[in-house]
Design a protein around this ligand. Structure first.
Ligand SMILES: *[C@@H]1O[C@H](CO)[C@@H](O)[C@H](O)[C@H]1NC(C)=O
Ligand SMILES: *[C@@H]1O[C@H](CO)[C@@H](O)[C@H](O)[C@H]1NC(C)=O
Ligand SMILES: *[C@@H]1O[C@H](CO)[C@@H](O)[C@H](O)[C@H]1NC(C)=O
Ligand SMILES: *[C@@H]1O[C@H](CO)[C@@H](O)[C@H](O)[C@H]1NC(C)=O
Ligand SMILES: *[C@@H]1O[C@H](CO)[C@@H](O)[C@H](O)[C@H]1NC(C)=O
Ligand SMILES: *[C@@H]1O[C@H](CO)[C@@H](O)[C@H](O)[C@H]1NC(C)=O
Ligand SMILES: *[C@@H]1O[C@H](CO)[C@@H](O)[C@H](O)[C@H]1NC(C)=O
Ligand SMILES: *[C@@H]1O[C@H](CO)[C@@H](O)[C@H](O)[C@H]1NC(C)=O
Ligand SMILES: *[C@@H]1O[C@H](CO)[C@@H](O)[C@H](O)[C@H]1NC(C)=O
Ligand SMILES: *[C@@H]1O[C@H](CO)[C@@H](O)[C@H](O)[C@H]1NC(C)=O
Length: 663
């Protein structure tokens, strides 16, 4: 880090007066570390200081685990080029500790390894002249599967996540020990970029005012040599429920009524700086909703209201991104009944942020840059805005090969025998960590079925079930939004379907259950979330026992090793995998896979699960970064219902209903 002399400082101040963006200005780090580092971020008065100098934090959120590492530097430079002086990120426990006691912080062998080198991310952030606000959770919400908690925690009977429960805190301690080996040396006062750490996340929204739990987390952080400033983050409407007022800094989350919200925040604590930790630049989409956007005018107005208050501020999200694979979370409709209220989130996390999911700059980006230039009295050197690459399309791919889902189940080698149904989490697989993601099949063979035999699934399906009798799909093909209120989906309690018109001997029944993601938000009763089937299944009133269970996790190595591809036999009302291949000299553009002609399922690119297809919308195109492409490419679509003849691309996102849905 270059030292910066007082003479230069006054020269550059002069230079600034003559020409903005002068090369002579100090960098952010030069400005704040001139003369050596003696203290970190300090909140002991109504304004922040960093290393003894006044600082207003102009931060933007960028979740490294939602963007392929090949793009990290581009996005971070764009953040800095807009004038921001900090980047804020969560840390995703469920990806970093993918099985109990097994970690991936980059090159750890999990399917997400290219997204997980958090140390590299933080070093690039520093190289790109940004400070870091670090939100290590353990719970992160983030519209992320189970709010970032690993699903395998649920294997512990009676575990109470996000409380002072010893079993839960034991797992937190073990994980934090690994995580903070990486983070602690990267604190500002150790010469790194991290200037503050968040404790938990919106704990007030649990309505479980538990200061013992927050103190336990602080204790664990301190045991791991965390010395920088700590803070909590809540909407001011939650009061002080999730906070330790006047003990650690409170910050505010909102997207409207800046003055009211910040007045409220300042009423909770005395002699503290004002910090907006989440100013929501846009919003996310649940399936069936209309795509959310926030106009640049509204965005700009509220941002200026915050800056002029005055308040430091982090824009959530500044970089739009993606819930690749099965990582999207779910919200719930609090008016809803139990599972009825489940609201699974789509794969895109574009969020209508200033930098889009594909890395493009939208009008909100310029609006942000203009306001920071106006409100930050401290002028530092900024890079030029990196040029954004154009997105494009590849040629349509005709699909010629298929494997029926029933063939996959038939040939699956290690079916798990069990008298009773077992939830995904409790399956004895993955080194005793259970199944985190995907689908699970419950098969019952040698059934004698009467004519009009009635299948009844007690409780709720978690979250979508396909019923196959002798390999043939019984459910109706999804064709309207109202179908989600009927058999096969999570909303209907104690649902039933007729299995056969005629009596059958030696029949095979498959219940293929898709986990549409765990709730990530709210009161603690919502965090006991087993997926698959856990209640009784009856046929003509008789409880069925002795199942064979097949976990369909769609792991990369499994996807890459699929065999048995054949010509397409039937693509109507038939759950099956479809395969298309294409070759490109150089994969030179990012693109989107257009899924308007598909109904429901997932898309897999070169073994990596890209995300979900669901004709109920609003997302109808899945972002495909070229970093996931090679010269020879394979795309597999698992379609639950009826397939298209082609895989098509789009240069832009597509929103609305799929073509199979009656308008
Ligand atoms: C600021 O307050 C914290 C306690 O909240 C204290 O540990 C620290 O020494 C104070 N720093 C200064 C510079 O007064
Ligand atoms: C730091 O900010 C405070 C509050 O705005 C102000 O009173 C003080 O003069 C500033 N200090 C410097 C060195 O600019
Ligand atoms: C199973 O997990 C333990 C840690 O919990 C680890 O030490 C061991 O290597 C894992 N075994 C395999 C086969 O991955
Ligand atoms: C904390 O820092 C001390 C002193 O540098 C070191 O001895 C100790 O191992 C560190 N603890 C952890 C958990 O990193
Ligand atoms: C943002 O500003 C730059 C430089 O003034 C301009 O070239 C670009 O077109 C603007 N972009 C948008 C989306 O307004
Ligand atoms: C299949 O079911 C029939 C009728 O219940 C029974 O007689 C037969 O033993 C069963 N076969 C096997 C292999 O379980
Ligand atoms: C089967 O479901 C239908 C439609 O929800 C319902 O009206 C009927 O009562 C159910 N039958 C049984 C036996 O539960
Ligand atoms: C019963 O069905 C299974 C699976 O389809 C088949 O392998 C077996 O031969 C059948 N048994 C009889 C007695 O039909
Ligand atoms: C369901 O999938 C989500 C990811 O979408 C995962 O977090 C959760 O653990 C899964 N639940 C089960 C029971 O598999
Ligand atoms: C196929 O499976 C084998 C054995 O499970 C594994 O070693 C290999 O990496 C897999 N192939 C791919 C391309 O993932």
């Amino acid at each position: 880090m270059a030292r910066y002399s007082l003479v230069l400082l006054s020269l550059s101040t002069l230079a600034l007066a003559l020409s903005a963006n002068s090369e002579d200005l100090p960098t952010n780090y030069e400005y704040y570390t001139d003369g050596g580092i003696s203290s970190g971020l300090n909140a002991n008065q109504t304004y922040f200081t960093l290393n003894g100098k006044n600082i207003t934090i102009f931060s933007g959120t960028f979740h490294y685990f939602r963007v392929h590492s090949a793009y990290w530097r581009d996005r971070l430079r764009k953040i800095r080029a807009a004038g921001l002086n900090a980047v804020e990120t969560y840390v995703s426990w469920n990806l970093h500790e993918f099985y109990s006691g097994q970690y991936d912080f980059g090159k750890g062998g999990s399917d997400f390894q290219d997204f997980l080198d958090v140390e590299q991310f933080l070093k690039i952030a520093q190289e790109e002249d940004l400070f870091v606000l670090l939100r290590s959770g353990p719970y992160i919400c983030a519209e992320w599967e189970f709010g970032g908690l690993p699903a395998w925690l649920l294997r512990e009977d009676g575990i109470k996540v996000r409380t002072n429960d010893e079993v839960y805190l034991g797992y937190v301690s073990r994980y934090f020990k690994e995580l903070f080996k990486i983070l602690a040396p990267l604190q500002f006062t150790n010469g790194g970029p991290i200037i503050a750490f968040q404790v938990e996340n919106e704990y007030g929204n649990t309505y479980n005012s538990d200061s013992d739990y927050l103190h336990s987390l602080i204790k664990i952080l301190k045991e791991n040599n965390v010395t920088e400033l700590l803070y909590t983050s809540d909407p001011p409407s939650a009061g002080t429920r999730g906070a330790l007022p006047n003990e650690i800094l409170m910050t505010a989350n909102f997207n409207t009524d800046a003055k009211d919200n910040l007045d409220k925040l300042n009423g909770f604590q005395t002699n503290k700086p004002t910090m907006t930790m989440e100013y929501w630049s846009g919003w996310f989409d649940h399936f069936t909703e209309t795509h959310h956007t926030v106009s640049v005018e509204t965005y700009q107005q509220v941002y200026e209201d915050i800056l002029s208050y005055p308040s430091s501020v982090n824009i959530y999200m500044f970089v739009g991104s993606t819930n690749f694979g099965f990582t999207a979370g779910a919200g719930y409709d609090s008016e809803g009944l139990e599972n009825w209220g489940l609201q699974p989130t789509v794969t895109s996390y574009d969020y209508d942020a200033p930098i889009s999911e594909s890395g493009a700059i939208i009008d909100k980006y310029n609006a942000t840059a203009e306001l920071i230039a106006k409100y930050n009295p401290i002028k530092t050197r900024l890079p030029d805005v990196p040029a954004s690459e154009q997105t494009g399309v590849y040629a349509d791919i005709e699909i010629k090969q298929q494997i029926l889902l029933s063939e996959i189940i038939d040939s699956y080698p290690d079916k798990i025998a069990s008298e009773n149904l077992i939830s995904m989490e409790k399956l004895p697989i993955n080194n005793n960590s259970g199944q985190n993601f995907g689908y699970v099949v419950y098969r019952k063979t040698n059934l004698t079925l009467n004519s009009n035999a009635l299948l009844l699934i007690s409780g709720y399906v978690r979250d979508h079930v396909l019923v196959l009798v002798n390999g043939k799909l019984i459910n109706p093909v999804l064709s309207s939004l109202d179908d989600l209120n009927n058999f096969g989906y999570w909303r209907l309690k104690d649902s039933n379907i007729t299995l056969t018109d005629e009596a059958l001997q030696n029949a095979t029944l498959d219940l293929v259950v898709e986990n549409l993601s765990r709730n990530n938000f709210g009161t603690l009763d919502r965090f006991q979330q087993f997926k698959g089937l856990i209640d009784e299944v009856l046929i003509d009133g008789v409880s069925i026992k002795n199942w064979e269970i097949v976990p369909l996790e769609f792991k990369k190595s499994w996807n890459r090793n699929l065999t048995g591809w054949h010509e397409i036999q039937n693509k109507v009302a038939t759950p099956a995998l479809y395969r298309g291949t294409f070759e490109v000299a150089v994969p030179d553009v990012d693109t989107y896979i257009n899924v308007q002609d598909w109904v429901k399922g997932i898309v897999i690119v070169n073994g990596f699960v890209l995300g979900r297809v669901f004709a109920v919308g609003p997302q109808q195109a899945l972002y495909l970064p070229k970093a996931l492409l090679a010269v020879n490419n394979e795309i597999i679509i698992f379609e639950h219902f009826t397939a298209s003849d082609y895989i098509k691309f789009s240069a832009d996102p597509i929103y609305g209903l799929g073509n199979s849905i009656k308008q």
